[in-house]
Design a protein around this ligand. Sequence first.
Ligand SMILES: NC(=O)c1ccc[n+]([C@@H]2O[C@H](COP(=O)([O-])OP(=O)(O)OC[C@H]3O[C@@H](n4cnc5c(N)ncnc54)[C@H](OP(=O)(O)O)[C@@H]3O)[C@@H](O)[C@H]2O)c1
Length: 301
Amino acid sequence: MQNAMNSEFQVITGCSSGIGRATAFALAKSGHRVVAAGRDMAAMRQLSEEARVMRLPGDIEVRSLDVTSRASVDQFTEGLARDGVQVTTLVNNAGVSMTRMDRTRDGFERTWAVNVRGPYMLTATLARAGLLANGAMVMNLASKFHAKSLSREIALGTAGFSTKQSYLQSKLCVLLLTHGMAQELADVSSIRVNAVHPGIVKSRLGNDSWFARAVGRTVGLLLPPAAEGARRVLQAIDLARSGALSGAYIEDGARGNVAYQGDFEADAHWLCTLLATQIVNPQRVASHGQSGASAVTASLS
Ligand SMILES: NC(=O)c1ccc[n+]([C@@H]2O[C@H](COP(=O)([O-])OP(=O)(O)OC[C@H]3O[C@@H](n4cnc5c(N)ncnc54)[C@H](OP(=O)(O)O)[C@@H]3O)[C@@H](O)[C@H]2O)c1
């Protein structure tokens, strides 16, 4: 895969369907080199083949990645490092909206593991490996429908599971971690971290049971295609680049407001501490006695 002339890639997670798939395709269409990452290799190979058959100016390289798995994130990172990849844009798109309680192999509630822990773990691991180019853009997939105040127990899945609240809390956490990581990564190598609401579009989101799939198919008839979500993601990346934004939440092509009932700064601090200490590098962070967003830096040093 390595190309001495151009080792710069745009990495997108969750590319087997929906907005991730459409974003990979749109980027290849405009001439970019894309790493499409995800769990379903067959679906992603088909995407790559479509891009090749259509002779798109860019190309799509597929790579296996389960964002809930430490081992998978490490293998993915090692593979990129081996191939000399520099990531100029990272789209943390992979997401779930569960209709029932499910846990990952590591015991985390799945909504938390995919939507919150996943983007943090991947971003921090890539940054730590020096694979995020200087000035790289990280775009996290948020939602307009996020909780307005934080319930730590629901977010973490320690207070049971709620189809609606678990998702809303996870998307609030995406905004909080965007804020925390933006501060820390700016200090490391001018990496910008932002979040975008992609609009409400047709996808497989929430289709984790036959009933949900049936409802999703019916509702989907009324919604715009996933390509519209991809358009908004790319629009947000352009806006963030041209305005040198970091820590911003972007909605409808403009900087959006987060109407938060709580102490946003303190909650971002709590979340980044939790993610850094419990997930990324507990020993190092503990030995630094770090707390808050600065824990991110400690985990990267
Ligand atoms: N659709 C909307 O209206 C809407 C609105 C607001 C925000 N969003 C956000 O947009 C993002 C994309 O969602 P979508 O609507 O395009 O839904 P989607 O079609 O269900 O796509 C989600 C993608 O995430 C992947 N994924 C799930 N678990 C994963 C894991 N552990 N590791 C790696 N990939 C994993 C899925 O792949 P598998 O095939 O492996 O399951 C799938 O490719 C999500 O973050 C979602 O919350 C969507």
